[in-house]
Design a protein around this ligand. Structure first.
Ligand code: G3H
Ligand code: ZN
Length: 310
């Protein structure tokens, strides 16, 4: 268990440093996607509230909306004023050009996602992107992905992904060796997005814990769990103990964002001041992020998680 308050931002610790430390301590770094400044403020505020480091993430679509360089500048500025380390990840990057753009913009890591391609092509494209971003910034961390866990941090009608494509330890070993990635994102029963039953707290995602432990042993690199929204708390704890180092949460934030925005707008139809409408949204999303951060660091999660009340 990590001691709250033990993470001080000196401006010098790298993402690798923090991951190495957490790996030893049996905790995971929370990764939260942002599409606008309301979400960014919520993630940063949750890091400050819990005194725990965070990764701010943005997919290609989120970067397109926010502006990759603009987001990088804001996160850099937030980090300068933060007591805890804040990192920035280019999430689900499907082209060499977008990976290079993120590396040049100053992102700390890139998720190179060619997982929709056959294994050999995934290896070739991932390897090319790893070499390209490390040529720009040797300290950048490259994440690669194998298996099918579906796409879209949205509310889905049916389960995403393909249980037949769960990652095997041997595939993981080969993929890491052939590509030179620092972080692997396996398919271990996780899926992107939530079912309506998960939003209502009536169903939870379950993970193949044994497989995570075997993959960790075979791959020998940091592991990321994508599709974290709606996962059973106990499975999160076991997955971290089995070797998961980073956990991605997006849909839970989006659900909190939308619900709190609707409530805030409905509260006073004559309110037109953006910061008065949006502050409750920041607070609602912050509660979700803080709750997940505490859980990932072995603290009682507390209130706030989406679907925590059935
Ligand atoms: O990369 C982002 C995530 O994997 C988020 O998945 O929307 O199911 O939390 P989620
Ligand atoms: Zn993901």
């Amino acid at each position: 268990m990590t001691a709250i308050g033990a993470f001080k931002n000196t401006g010098k610790e790298s993402l690798r440093d923090v991951l190495t430390r957490l790996d030893k301590e049996g905790a995971a770094l929370g990764h939260f996607n942002v599409a606008d400044q309301t979400l960014l403020r919520a993630v940063v505020a949750a890091g400050a509230e819990t005194e725990l480091p965070v990764i701010v993430g943005a997919s290609e679509g989120e970067r397109e909306f926010f502006g990759a360089r603009q987001l990088a500048a804001l996160v850099k500025s937030e980090r300068q004023e933060s007591d805890v380390p804040i990192f920035l990840n280019a999430d689900h990057t499907h082209s060499l050009a977008k990976a290079i753009e993120a590396a040049k913009a100053g992102f700390d890591s890139v998720v190179i996602d060619f997982s929709a391609l056959p294994f050999e092509q995934n290896v070739a494209c991932t390897k090319e992107a790893v070499q390209a971003i490390k040529a720009i910034n040797p300290a950048i961390l490259a994440e690669g992905e194998i298996g099918n866990i579906g796409t879209g941090s949205e509310i889905h009608e049916t389960a995403q992904g393909d249980p037949k494509t769960l990652t095997t330890p041997e595939e993981a070993r080969q993929f890491v060796e052939a590509t030179g990635i620092d972080i692997l994102a396996p398919a271990v029963g996780n899926m992107h997005g939530m079912l309506q039953s998960m939003v209502q707290g009536k169903a939870k995602k379950h993970l193949d814990i044994e497989r995570i432990a075997q993959i960790k042993q075979a791959a020998g690199v940091f592991l990321t769990l994508h599709g974290g929204s709606g996962t059973d708390d106990e499975h999160f704890r076991k997955a971290i103990a089995a070797g998961i180092n980073i956990i991605h949460i997006n849909t839970e934030l989006r659900v909190a964002w939308r619900q709190s925005l609707a409530e805030s707008l409905a509260r006073d139809p004559n309110e037109v001041v953006p910061y008065k409408i949006l502050q409750p949204v920041v607070d609602a999303v912050k509660q979700v992020v803080s709750s997940r951060l505490r859980l990932f660091h072995g603290e009682p999660a507390g209130a706030g998680a989406v679907g925590s009340v059935a």
